[in-house]
Write a protein that binds this ligand. Structure first.
Ligand code: 0A1
Ligand code: ZN
Length: 877
């Protein structure tokens, strides 16, 4: 295979740069055809740097026009330059000013890193290593400097000129050109640099901070979309208020701007004072956005805003520490949504997400620790492990320290590290110092990959009224880590008596129990509880207190007992999930369920639906039968996705059959007649109604018609999309017509087109690949837009296991061929789609071989980017 470069970067090689950048002045001349960037970097050697040490600045695909030192052009022998670096052979041993000029072609930048154009708007993406595509620089997060940015552009093309910080000057330059100067007083790494120039509409608002300062808020977008930004603005103001309340964090500039763009590699970016967003995470109106879209907008607006403290004011020393800002910020956005909406419902949502994406990553060829110690391409490490497992680790710290202890530690973190680029070690140290606890064993969570598997066994001695619980922990080997250390695992728990109420105990021996927490710190922990009057049912890992898999000793009967009686809503939900996952997994492996098992599960579902004390959103989650991919993961190896799909369908039929009319009545009764609102109450009602529709479509004859009717009568996108997607996933007779109508009805709206692409890619019928090929080959398919590509191809690999893993290899080859062509345009998007192949080791041999063959062909037949090359090698290793 030929890839760009094969170099591996190691954390152990970290060393500070020999020079520091004291200040940065940038001048952008933006013209229709190209952009000229002049940089004035004031630089000085760090203490201890030997005279004559070369200064090596990073570049990436740059074209150098000129270079000068302290105002005088540099002679050729004083520097060396190519597209990827600029080296001053022997810089002065004192403070000096380096001036460079480069010319960029933003319109040709399809990688969407650095300065590029999206629908005519000039915008930037610099995290993690995009700034080096704008100018030669020490492009790493531990180089912090104040930035002043001057930009000029044609007024007609770019009346709006934005950058980080505060606007300090602007004016007309004649000849149709104008300029603006922005200054950011806060020291920042280059990855937080941003600039936007374009013809944009906007909405504005303001926020008064807790110390009484006024902050001007703006959201910029394509003209005509302004009213679709109002929910994002509302979310922003709520985020600002919440961060003051929960963490005492106040915003620090006079301006906070957000810009929505159509071409973006991720969800959004936290550039200081100028967040840039994928427009799908800003625009919302009821007719085109679903409740889930509103929920994501609220969450991501909050996430990027919260980065101002956890990421910007305190940043990462190097990219191995990415989890320092991302895990913590995801934890913060999860907490925000929990406080704004329903805590149990949000927790279930987050755990579902962890189980469907992080667990498969952690148990497959792409497993890596939240803080990795080597990489070839850092862009491949913006993973669910760094983000979501990272958040779980912070949540465990919060659990261990308690609410007040956690807040005290966070206060210390902000106080101690404000203005610094720091590390996971320093973060842990703060928690140790604030709590007096030794967290050295806990730190292993950051350093070790793999999901711990917890074994549970128990016994009860009636005579001595002693209940004994034995918990074991084990982590399977992951790539490069054959042996594993035991972790410190907090288990929030309770014991439940035969009548369903909580049980107490007199004394505990054999392990560490703090209140309702058991702390596991070794491979096996046996704890005895005395004074337990009856044999209890244990409720373990309440609220999902640790990111582990539990192999429970509980049978179906005990699980359904928990589903009814546990005071912990998470464990009630989880008991139902485990009960149905086990039945489907066993059936897919030839061990069918008994009528009694299905009757009991059905009754538990009905009792949940009938319970007036539970809210609709929770009920919707409770009746959700685990996806095929979740069951496949539970089986773990030699998985036959056809058998799993068939078993899942059979179980839903068996559950729904006798109660189809009751479910249909309930479905009808839940129609929302009030005007649309995205609030949690209304959204919960819709999700329950759509959950029922899904059960009816898979498990009875009633669903297909109900879905068609719902589609036609829908007054909002949530209901219309659900009806179409449910029809497509069950490939009902009406599905092709609904997909056809949807496509024409919303032609011209790219974000709605994404919904069509997603639903189309999930159709389980044998014709799906042919249809996707035709979609991709259409001359007007926007091949360079990440959202379109991810909606079609990402949805297919992640949620259509039956067709993706076909035995004839057609699904695998469809994806590898697409990846090869996308890689030439946008390697980040290509490599992310390729990660879907991490499923291979879990598949039965025929499918696995077909997948490996497709990957080998990709490696042999194409010149691949470093991004794709690394993922490919790790999966094939
Ligand atoms: N820091 C952002 C994520 C992000 C990473 C890379 C990007 O472009 C390649 C864009 C955004 C976040 O956590 O939201
Ligand atoms: Zn983030």
């Amino acid at each position: 295979m030929r890839t760009e470069t094969e170099q591996t970067i190691y954390l152990k090689d970290y060393a500070p740069t020999p020079y520091r950048i004291v200040s940065v002045e940038l001048d952008f001349k933006i013209l229709e055809d190209n952009t000229r960037v002049r940089a004035q970097l004031t630089i000085e050697p760090r203490e201890g740097t030997a005279p004559g040490t070369p200064l090596v600045l990073d570049g990436d695909e740059l074209k150098l026009n000129s270079v000068a030192l302290d105002g005088a052009p540099l002679v050729l022998s004083a520097y060396a330059s190519d597209a990827n670096s600029l080296t001053l052979v022997e810089p002065p041993h004192r403070r000096f000013v380096l001036e460079t000029e480069v010319t960029l072609d933003p319109a040709a930048n399809t990688k969407l890193m650095g300065l590029y154009r999206s629908s005519g708007t000039w915008c930037t993406q610099c995290e993690p290593e995009g700034f080096r595509r704008i100018t030669y620089y020490l492009d790493r997060p531990d180089v912090l400097a104040p930035f002043k940015v001057r930009m000029s552009a044609p007024l007609a093309l770019a009346p709006v000129l934005l950058a980080n910080g505060n606007l300090v000057d602007q004016g007309d330059l004649g000849d149709g050109m104008h300029f603006a100067v922005w200054e950011d007083p806060f020291l920042k790494p280059a990855y937080l640099f941003a600039l936007v120039a374009g013809d944009l509409g906007s909405i504005s608002d303001s926020f008064t901070t807790m110390s009484g300062r006024q902050v001007a808020l703006g959201i910029y977008c394509t003209h005509g979309k302004e009213s679709e930004c109002l929910y994002a603005m509302d979310s922003l103001k709520r985020s600002m208020a919440w961060d003051e309340r929960r963490f005492g964090r106040e915003y620090d500039l006079d301006v906070f701007n957000i810009v929505a763009v159509s071409d973006f590699n991720f969800g959004a970016m936290e550039n200081k004072g100028l967040n840039i967003f994928n427009d799908k995470l800003v625009f919302a109106r009821p007719e085109t956005a679903t409740d889930a879209n509103y929920h994501s907008i609220e969450r991501v607006i909050a996430h990027e805003y919260f980065h101002n403290w956890t990421g910007n004011r305190i940043t990462c020393r190097d990219w191995f520490q990415l989890c320092l800002k991302e895990g913590l910020t995801v934890f913060r956005d999860q907490e925000f949504t929990s406080d704004e909406r329903s805590r149990p419902v949000q927790r279930i949502h987050d755990v579902q997400n962890l189980r469907t994406s992080q667990f498969p990553e952690d148990g497959g060829p792409l497993a890596h620790p939240p803080r990795p110690d080597s990489f070839r391409e850092i862009n491949n490490f913006y993973t669910t492990t760094v983000y979501e497992k990272g958040a779980e680790i912070v949540r465990m710290l919060a659990t261990l320290l308690g609410e007040a202890g956690f807040r005290k530690a966070m206060d210390l973190y902000f106080e101690r590290h404000d203005g610094e680029a720091t590390t996971i070690e320093a973060f842990i140290k703060v928690f140790e110092d604030a709590s007096g606890r030794d967290l050295s064993q806990f730190a292993t969570w950051y350093l070790q990959a793999g999901t711990p598997q917890i074994g549970v066994s128990d016994s009860y001695d009636a005579q001595s009224q002693t209940y004994t619980l034995t918990l074991t922990q084990k982590v399977d080997p992951t790539p490069g880590e054959p042996t594993k250390k035991p972790l410190l695992i907090p288990v929030r728990f309770g014991l439940i008596g035969p009548n369903g109420s909580p049980m107490g105990w007199n004394a505990v021996s054999g392990g560490t129990v703090e209140g309702d927490l058991i702390l596991l710190d070794s491979e096996t922990t046996t704890i005895s509880f005395t004074g337990v009057a009856n044999k209890p049912v244990p409720s373990l890992f309440r609220g999902f207190s640790a990111p582990v898999k539990v192999t429970s000793s509980l049978g179906q009967e005990d699980l359904l007992f928990l589903a009814r009686h546990d005071s912990d809503p998470f464990n009630r939900w989880d008991a139902l999930q485990t009960a149905s996952t086990t039945l489907i997994a066993n059936a897919a492996q030839g061990k069918s369920w008994t009528d009694g098992e299905v009757d009991a599960l059905r009754q538990a579902l009905v009792d949940t639906l009938d319970n007036p004390d539970l809210d609709d959103a929770f009920k919707a989650q409770a009746i959700d039968i685990p996806a095929e991919t979740v069951v496949g993961r539970h089986i773990g190896k030699d998985v036959d996705p056809d058998a799993v799909a068939a078993a899942r369908k059979d179980l839903v039929k068996a559950l729904v059959g006798p109660i189809a009319d009751k479910l249909a009545d309930l479905y009808r009764s839940l129609e929302v007649t009030d005007p649309y609102s995205p609030d949690a109450g209304q959204a919960g009602r819709r999700s329950l109604r759509n959950g029922l529709l899904s059960l009816l479509a898979t498990g009875s004859d009633l669903g297909a018609d109900l879905a068609t009717r719902q589609y036609n009568n829908a007054t909002n996108m949530t209901d219309r999309y659900a009806a179409m997607a449910i029809s497509a996933r069950n490939w009902t007779e009406g599905a092709p017509a609904l997909l056809g109508d949807f496509r024409t009805r919303f032609a011209g709206d790219p974000l709605v087109f994404d919904k069509w692409l997603t639903a189309s890619a999930q159709a389980p019928d044998a014709g799906v690949i042919e249809r996707m090929r035709a979609t991709l080959a259409a001359p007007d398919f926007p091949r360079t837009n990440p959202n379109r590509l991810r909606s079609l191809l990402g949805s297919f690999v992640m949620s259509n296991p039956v067709q993706f893993t076909r035995t004839d290899g057609l699904g695998f080859r469809f994806i590898t061929e697409a990846v090869a062509s996308i890689d030439k345009v946008n390697p980040q998007v290509a490599s992310r789609i390729l990660t879907g192949f991490r499923i291979l080791p879990t598949l039965e041999a025929g499918r696995r071989e077909a997948g490996i063959e497709a990957l080998k062909a990709l490696r042999e037949q194409h010149t691949l980017s470093r991004n794709v090359g690394e993922i490919l090698d790790r999966i094939l290793a």
